[in-house]
Design a protein around this ligand. Structure first.
Ligand SMILES: *Cc1c(COP(=O)(O)O)cnc(C)c1O
Length: 497
């Protein structure tokens, strides 16, 4: 039996997995969710000996049931190969008694590679299966990491084009250069005069624009999404939590069945939702600890039951988490309201109209799987420095937010459960903030790119190929637009006028 997917806002919209991947977002603006979460099809003991690729196939075939096993295996083989700088794909580093699940060994050195190296293959396979012959135009809003990872994944993939919007001035220099130097005849990058939420709302609006959809269709195009609103992003992200559990078992760090905590530095709520899905599959997970930076809208939501985006947007040293509208939270809301599309749609209408909504007490009670915390800028920098001084391990700013929030959680609760921290980016990607945290006097005023070799010396970790590349590459993209001109920009790029 095929697992069907329905929109969080309309119970009558049932599509297959491949159709959901192809569409990205449901026509009613809702997100596709599986009608149930499948159980892990293997025992925990069996996970011990599985490679990353085998684990990926085991998990993904339960969700993407209308793909054949051969199709999935082919997608997996093309995604998780030498593009990653370690055979393990997602290694675990034990530092100071916690386990950092390093998700940044892919081609663009952030965790987005874990899903975006496979999404293009899932999508072109989906197009083939569904006889879709129009060119797929991937529209993507990025807070810095998704954009590059999506461009790298989709560059020169036949039958696709990709347009990325990022907030000008809201990303690190390394991130900006990574995007501006991207090769490929089907890629475009636009810096918008606004923040990430403007970019994301703009993209969602374009998806919902019926008139534009008609003109796209006439011109031989259809839109899809590479953001984590696409279920084809989330499913590959479940894999590494299952894999990490297998590795902890194999290394004798835990007993089969022993529960672990997972801490995730959170922005759009995609990565932690994948961990929640892993738990629902039967992975022994106790708490999911949601870590925010000073844009602590999720922390406030878990504490009060009110989601309220009406607050100043702060630019922090963890820019990939500078988000006030966490799209994937809608999938959790849908789950805790008893999968009632009417309730979900009403809450999301409140978010649209007033920028806020409040869940009922009964819904709030179902959030007990989660703990939440936030780290200030000072705490984040302090964590990078202290862990480095104590252990020599250098972590990036996003990971440091999670490490600090976990430290506070542990202190407050006394919960000694073994804990995995999702390590979402290489410190090279945020070299300036990282080195300024370690020694503000020595590094605080230097130009970002000049700091790269210094990080190499200090961390004893070789500069990743992705960074060496941008130092040599030529800038190819310089387009900018106002936040309210995204539609015109897309029309211009696609030649619709
Ligand atoms: C995207 C990103 C996050 C946030 O992940 P979400 O799935 O959006 O919650 C955290 N850290 C880094 C480095 C990222 O690129």
């Amino acid at each position: 039996m095929n697992l069907q997917y329905t929109s969080t806002r309309n119970p009558n919209s049932s599509v297959t997995a491949s159709q959901a991947v192809l569409k990205g977002l449901a026509d009613d603006g809702g997100l596709f969710v599986p009608e149930r979460i499948p159980a892990l099809p293997v025992s925990l003991e069996e996970l011990k000996d599985m490679t990353y690729q085998e684990t990926a196939c085991t998990v993904m075939k339960e969700f993407l049931t209308d793909y054949t096993k051969e199709e999935l295996k082919a997608c997996i083989a093309r995604a998780y190969d030498e593009k990653f700088d370690t055979e393990e794909i997602a290694p675990l580093a034990k530092v100071d008694g916690v386990y950092y699940l390093e998700l940044f060994h892919g081609p663009t050195i952030a965790f987005k590679d874990m899903a975006l190296s496979i999404l293009p293959h899932l999508m072109t396979t989906a197009a083939r299966k569904n006889g879709a012959d129009r060119e797929i135009v991937i529209l993507t809003a990025t807070s810095g990491d998704t954009g590059k990872a999506a461009m790298a994944g989709f560059a020169d993939v036949e039958g696709t084009r990709i347009i990325v919007f990022y907030p000008k001035g809201g990303v690190s220099r390394v991130q900006e250069l990574q995007m501006a130097t991207q090769k490929g005849k089907n890629v475009d990058v636009v810096a918008i005069h606004g923040n990430f939420d403007n970019a994301q709302s703009g993209v969602k609006e374009l998806f919902g624009d019926r008139e534009l959809a008609g003109r796209l269709e006439a011109a031989g195009y259809q839109f899809s999404s590479a953001n984590s609103i696409n279920i084809g992003r989330l499913v590959p992200q479940i894999v590494y939590y299952v894999y990490a559990y297998g590795k902890l078992l194999a290394n004798g760090e835990i007993q089969a069945g022993e529960k672990i905590n997972i801490t995730v530095p959170t922005g759009n709520f995609g990565n932690i939702l994948a961990a929640y899905y892993a738990k629902q599959m039967g992975l022994p997970v106790a708490k999911l600890i949601c870590a925010s930076n000073e844009n602590r809208v999720l922390f406030d939501f878990f504490r009060t039951g009110t989601y309220d985006r009406n607050r100043p947007f702060k630019l922090t040293t963890s820019p990939s988490m500078d988000i006030l509208i966490s799209s994937n939270l809608e999938r959790l809301i849908y789950q805790i309201c008893g999968r009632d599309a009417g309730v979900d749609a009403a809450l999301m209408a409140g978010l649209q109209a007033e920028g806020r909504y409040t869940v009922t007490e009964a819904m709030k009670e179902q959030l007990s799987d989660f703990a939440a915390g936030y780290a200030t800028e000072e705490e984040t920098a302090d964590t990078i420095r202290r862990v480095y001084e104590r252990t020599g391990y250098v972590m990036d700013t996003h990971t440091a937010v999670a490490a600090r929030v976990y430290g506070k959680y542990r202190e407050e609760t006394g919960d000694g459960t073994k804990t995995v921290i999702a390590s979402t980016a290489s410190p090279y990607k945020f070299v300036k903030s990282v080195l300024a945290a370690i020694d503000p006097e020595a590094y605080g005023r230097q130009e970002e790119l000049a700091l790269l070799p210094k990080l190499e010396r200090l961390s004893c970790v070789e500069m990743p190929g992705a960074v060496q590349e941008i130092l040599r590459a030529q800038v190819r993209h310089t387009r900018e637009c106002d936040a309210d001109r995204m539609r015109e920009t897309v029309e211009e790029i696609l030649g619709l006028n």
